[in-house]
Design a protein around this ligand. Structure first.
Ligand SMILES: N[C@@H](CCC[C@H](N)C(=O)O)C(=O)O
Length: 325
């Protein structure tokens, strides 16, 4: 059997995207492990499955690189939004995800001609039980020092609805990633705080309306960017007064996005706006549960995206250049 896959990215968070009419068609975990192996065409951070939906235009499932399934994926949803909007020839659609059906929309380019989409990020909860996270019998952790994690960093735990632990940090923790790596690695293995693991982001305030975010993703490790993490970080930065604006530019190692953070009647309305880039169309062959490539057609889109990367490098050079340099 032959299958067609798109290789896509949002802010350099890279996925294979596959549409199936039958959710039981094959073993998705085995397919994901094969696709995400770095030795295989550079790998990817996960698989985005597009399945039929009885309540929306399509359903998105997200399989992390290690085979675990995530409830949401912001960067991936933008790529799914593009796929569905182009297929249905519409500018807006609704995509079912594990915990909510979310609105998506084509937007004008955020940078030069980059195909750009906005996606709703919901539901949002600060209740530790929703991550789940356990800490000293508390129900929430909002802008708090957790001595066991760091004597100085203030952390906030939030689900959107996948779990995030967000630390507001000084420049040193962005220049050097070892503290974040050790903490995230610990929290994504057997531990007493986050039994299902957690996405760990370090946020560096850049301006009244801009932050830099680096994320260690559950089920993957450090990625160029994590859409839900950037949106959750914009919310946390806004709530803690780290940024003054409700429209936040979020720079990351793979690009930048805009996040809109609003609250109406005690409900948070979060919007993530950014690129949805298709880098290649692949055909793979599946025979008795084993996989092999048949063909790959690269698009010209990455060339344009490289200009965006250059722009981000210029914006972040000041604090990203190593102290030793
Ligand atoms: N990169 C994604 C999030 C993917 C899921 C995450 N690793 C998890 O397990 O929660 C995004 O863009 O949101």
């Amino acid at each position: 059997m032959e299958i067609k896959l798109w290789k896509v990215h949002g802010s350099g968070n890279t996925f294979y995207l596959y549409e199936t009419s039958d959710e039981q068609e094959m073993d998705w975990v085995q397919l994901t492990l094969w696709l995400c192996d770095e030795e295989n065409e550079g790998g990817a951070d996960g698989l985005l499955l597009i399945c039929p939906s009885s309540q929306a235009d399509a359903k998105m499932r997200v399989i992390n690189a290690d085979g675990s399934e995530a409830s949401m994926c912001g960067n991936g949803l933008r790529c799914v939004a593009r796929y569905i909007c182009e297929k249905l020839e519409v500018e807006e659609a609704v995509i079912e995800t594990m915990k909510a059906s979310l609105k998506v929309r084509k937007e004008s380019p955020l940078f030069e001609e980059l195909p750009t989409y906005s996606v709703e990020i919901s539901p949002v909860s600060f209740e530790l039980s929703t991550l789940p996270m356990v800490y000293k019998g508390k129900s929430q952790v909002i802008h708090e020092v957790i001595e066991e994690f760091s004597p100085t960093i203030h952390f906030t735990a939030v689900s959107v609805p996948n779990p995030h632990l967000i630390g507001i940090v000084e420049e040193h923790y962005i220049k050097h990633q070892s503290h974040q790596f050790l903490l995230a690695h610990y929290l994504n293995n057997d531990n007493e705080y986050c039994t299902d693991g957690v996405n760990v982001s370090y946020v560096y305030p850049m301006a009244e309306d801009a932050i830099y975010v680096r994320t260690y993703e559950r089920g993957v490790g450090f990625t160029n960017a994590c859409g839900t993490a950037m949106t959750a970080s914009a919310l946390v930065a806004n709530l803690n007064g780290v940024v003054a604006s409700t429209e936040v530019t979020v720079y990351n190692p793979g690009g930048f996005v805009k996040c809109i953070v609003e609250k109406n009647d005690e409900i948070y309305n979060l919007l993530l706006i950014g690129n949805a880039t298709v880098t290649a169309i692949y055909t793979a062959e599946v025979i008795d549960g084993t996989f092999g490539w048949k063909s790959c057609e690269r698009t010209a889109e990455q060339k344009n995206y490289d200009k965006c990367i250059q722009f981000v490098k210029e914006q972040t050079a000041q604090f990203l250049i190593s102290e030793k340099a």
